[in-house]
Ligand binder design. Sequence first.
Ligand code: LLP
Length: 417
Amino acid sequence: GAHLSYRDGQLCMESVPLADLARAHGTPLFVYSRAAILDALAAYQRGLAGRRALICYAMKANSTLAILKLLADQGCGFDIVSGGELERALAVGADPAKIIFSGIGKARAEMARALQVGIGCFNVESLAELDVLSDVATGLGRRAPISIRVNPNVDPKTHPYISTGLKGNKFGIAHEQALAAYRHAAALPGLQVVGIDCHIGSQITEPAPYLEAMDRILDLVTQIEAAGISVHHIDFGGGLGIDYNGDTPPAADALWAQLLAKVDARGFGDRQLMIEPGRSIVGNAGVCLTEVLYLKPGEQKNFLIVDAAMNDLPRPALYQAFHRIVPLQLPAAGADAPTWDVVGPVCESGDWLGHDRALAAQPGELLAVLSAGAYSMSMASNYNTRPRAAEVLVSGDTARVVRQREAVADLWRLESV
Ligand code: LLP
């Protein structure tokens, strides 16, 4: 991206040489660009300009408080999926009315807390959840604002683990059952129907699945309103992909121009629009810095062993995901760059960060794993009793530690012998 570039052979985030940060704060280290986050957000803001619209950042992508605060200050709401994420949003002073609560397994206590603070909408994913939410709300003397998450049954053509809008996965209510579910919801005493919701998958790089899903959702809005139930907002979910390895997803503003043409053509241009983007806001705004520990050439494979691992960057192990890996210091022209499997120290063969990468790196040198802003730190674990990495937010020529590295003693603080 524009915020990551080599200057005099040194990889910089905005104006900060990344090697300086690695030396000052150690590795593995996540570094994010404030400007890159704001630029990604701006594409959505342009696409929805002049509309009654709310961008609810899906904080599962990266729920670090400094990033949430940055987005809250821009007027964003938040898409949450747990009581924990609710508390993170509240901790940065988010407006509860701009919080929407997705997820198939909301517990009663999570519902109650969200009702008490006054969140904007529950995205309900089953008939059973409608009943429980109505019950919890009635018990508190409230009505819960709800959308039903509808499964439009379109194929987002992405990895099966991150496609969510197809029949046969656990999310949402089937398109064919949606009208009956809305009738059921409208009759429950503790619920107030306010919108419709869908989310078809993640890392979507084509406009077609979105356009198809929008047609299906708008069909349903017509049917639901014909049944006498008003749909005040249309929440179109998240899922827009990013460039990991030459991927060419549509730009958010161009995509929304196409989607809004459909909304307007059907006469729904007056409805509030909501979206739940995660990856496309933060994914390409972050990198993970790691130090080369050992070179281990072998008969079949050469291994380049680094100090970041699957507990820091779980996406390759989980989804065979590709992340570019580049040196912080450009090698001399013509330097020998053998092919390596870049692997971490964790005791699993699945602990790899990249396969067959040509790199000239030597032990002690630093690498950056790119496109690591989304679903990396938020999915990090302490496997192998590895403390989670520190995080730095860069803006211009300044850099601020926004999460300290965990100390080993933190890892057993809640244990007893
Ligand atoms: N809304 C709902 C209801 C979702 O389930 C998700 C993501 C989003 C919004 C945000 O989607 P995004 O804009 O980030 O694509 N860990 C996987 C991705 C899991 C996505 C889960 N749901 C990965 O690293 O690829």
